[in-house]
Write a protein that binds this ligand. Structure first.
Ligand code: NAG
Ligand code: NAG
Ligand code: NAG
Length: 393
C-alpha cells in the first residue's frame, strides 16, 4: 500500500513536469511515452470468461475522477477496462471530463483569471450555468487542478492532479503491465459539436475515431486485434454510434439513461429506445447496451421492485448488458443489499446475468470476482489463453 503510494507520487511528479511542457508546446509530449515499454505479446491477456470490471472514471471512489492516478489505481486494482468521457476543448483537443462544466470536479472557481468565463448554455434542453470545457484551451485547462466530486470521499488529493487528454488516457492503458481495455464515451456530442469547430469540418465523432485508430484500436469484438487493444465505444447519442459505424469495427455500447430523459440527438423517449422495434434496428450497429441499473430493476423507497425485461430482451438479440453505476457507499446501496456491495454484485452478476459492470470501486468488484470464481472456469481461461498465444506465435 505504502509502496504503491510512493510509486504513484513519483509518477505524478513526472505528470506535472511533463504537463508544464504540454501547456506551451504545440507538439504535445505524452505523459507515458509510446510505444509501451511492455511488449504486447508478453502481456497477461484480458479475461473474457466473466463479467467485465469497468473502472468508472477510474477508481474515482478513491481518487478525483478521470485523473491519471484514478486510472492507475484502477489498473492496480484489477480493472478489465478503464472508462472515460471524451469532450473537446476550445482549441479542438479531446480531453477526459465527465461533466460539460468544470465546477464540481476542479478548482476553476478559485481562478480569478477565468471569472468572466462563467456562462449559461443550453445543454440537452436545460439551461446550465458554469465554466464549460468547450470555452477553455488545453493550456488553460492544464492550469486547473482536479477535486473529488463527493464530500464523503477522500479529499486529500484535491488540488494535486491535472485533467488529462484522450491520448494521455490511452497511453496509461497501453502502458499497463497486463492488457487493460479502454471504454471511452462520445460525450454530449450535440453540445460539443455546436460549440467546437475544427478547420477541416470534422466532428467530435471523427476526431474520436481518428484518435483510436492512431493508437491501433481497430478490431471487431474478440478479434485478435481487439484482444491486443480492447476497446468499447459508448454513447447516449444513438446517431453518433450509427455515424461511426462506417469508420470503425470496434464494438459500440448504446447507453440508456433514466426513463424521464430523452436522447440528446434524436429526442426519443426511454420507451421508444427500449422497444422491440428499436432494439431490432440498433442491434445492427451496437454490441450491447449500458443502462442505468435503476431502470433495469426500479427501486421504490430504496427497495428493489420487480426487474423489467430489459436484460432478457437484449440477450435474446445477442446484445450484451453493462449497467451503471456500482458504488460501495451506503447512500448508494438499496436496502435489499443490507449495506453490502458484494451482495449487490452477487445479485447483478448471478441473478440478473449482466455482462459487465461500471463501478466506482474496481478493487471491490475485482475481489468479489476473484473470491467467487470457480477454479474450473479459471483453468478453462488458462487453457484458452495458452491456445490463443500458441495461435499467435
Ligand atoms: C435559456 O435561457 C434563454 C435566455 O434567457 C432563453 O431564451 C431560453 O428559452 C432558455 N432555454 C430553456 C431551455 O429554458
Ligand atoms: C455506410 O456506408 C454504406 C456504403 O457506402 C452506406 O450505404 C451507408 O448508408 C453508410 N452508413 C452510414 C451510417 O453512414
Ligand atoms: C422533443 O419531442 C417532444 C415530444 O414530441 C416535443 O414536444 C419537443 O418539442 C421535442 N423537442 C425538440 C427539441 O425537438
Amino acid at each position: 500500500m505504502r509502496r504503491n503510494m510512493a510509486l504513484i507520487s513519483c509518477v505524478l511528479f513526472t505528470v506535472m513536469l511533463t504537463s508544464a511542457v504540454v501547456s506551451v508546446s504545440a507538439g504535445r509530449p505524452l505523459t507515458y511515452p509510446l510505444p509501451s515499454s511492455v511488449p504486447l505479446g508478453e502481456k497477461q491477456v484480458l479475461q473474457t470468461f466473466r463479467a467485465y470490471n469497468v473502472a468508472h472514471r477510474g477508481s474515482n471512489g478513491e481518487f478525483p475522477e478521470e485523473t491519471a492516478p484514478a486510472y492507475m489505481r484502477a489498473i492496480d486494482e484489477g480493472a478489465d477496462f478503464i472508462e472515460t468521457d471524451i469532450q473537446a476543448t476550445k482549441d479542438g483537443i479531446l480531453v477526459c471530463n465527465h461533466d460539460v462544466t468544470l465546477d464540481d470536479t476542479t478548482d476553476v472557481a478559485d481562478h480569478k483569471e477565468f471569472a468572466d468565463r462563467r456562462t449559461t448554455y443550453e445543454v440537452q434542453w436545460v439551461n446550465t450555468t458554469g465554466w464549460f470545457v468547450v470555452d477553455f484551451t488545453l493550456a488553460e485547462l492544464k492550469t486547473l487542478r482536479a477535486k473529488q466530486r463527493y464530500d464523503f470521499r477522500d479529499q486529500q488529493y484535491n488540488g494535486k492532479f491535472q485533467l488529462i487528454t484522450f491520448e494521455e488516457y490511452i497511453s496509461i492503458a497501453l502502458d499497463a503491465k497486463r492488457t487493460v481495455g479502454i471504454y471511452p464515451e462520445i460525450k454530449n456530442p450535440v453540445f460539443v459539436n455546436k460549440h467546437v469547430k475544427w478547420s477541416d469540418g470534422k466532428k467530435l465523432e471523427d476526431r474520436f475515431v481518428e484518435t483510436l485508430q492512431k493508437f491501433g484500436y481497430t478490431g471487431s469484438y474478440l478479434s485478435e486485434d481487439w484482444l491486443k487493444r480492447p476497446a468499447f465505444i459508448q454513447s447516449f447519442a444513438p446517431s453518433s454510434l450509427v455515424y461511426i459505424s462506417n469508420q470503425t469495427k470496434l464494438p459500440k455500447i448504446f447507453l440508456i439513461d433514466d426513463v424521464t430523459i430523452r436522447t440528446e440527438d434524436t429526442n426519443q423517449t426511454y420507451d421508444v429506445i427500449t422497444s422491440d422495434s428499436y432494439f431490432n434496428y440498433i442491434k445492427d450497429y451496437v454490441m450491447g447496451i449500458g443502462p442505468w441499473k435503476d431502470t433495469v430493476v426500479p427501486p421504490l423507497e430504496n427497495y428493489l421492485q420487480r426487474a423489467t425485461d430489459l436484460i432478457a430482451k437484449a440477450h435474446a438479440l445477442g446484445l450484451q448488458v453493462h449497467p451503471y453505476t456500482f458504488r460501495n457507499e451506503n447512500s448508494f446501496l438499496h436496502f435489499d443489499f443490507h449495506q453490502d456491495p458484494y451482495v449487490e454484485y452477487d445479485f447483478w452478476i448471478n441473478k440478473m446475468g449482466v455482462d459487465g459492470l461500471f463501478t466506482d470501486f474496481t478493487g471491490s468488484l475485482h475481489r468479489y470476482q476473484e473470491w467467487t470464481s470457480s477454479s474450473e472456469k479459471q483453468t478453462l481461461q488458462k487453457i484458452a489463453s495458452m491456445v490463443s498465444s500458441f495461435k499467435r506465435g
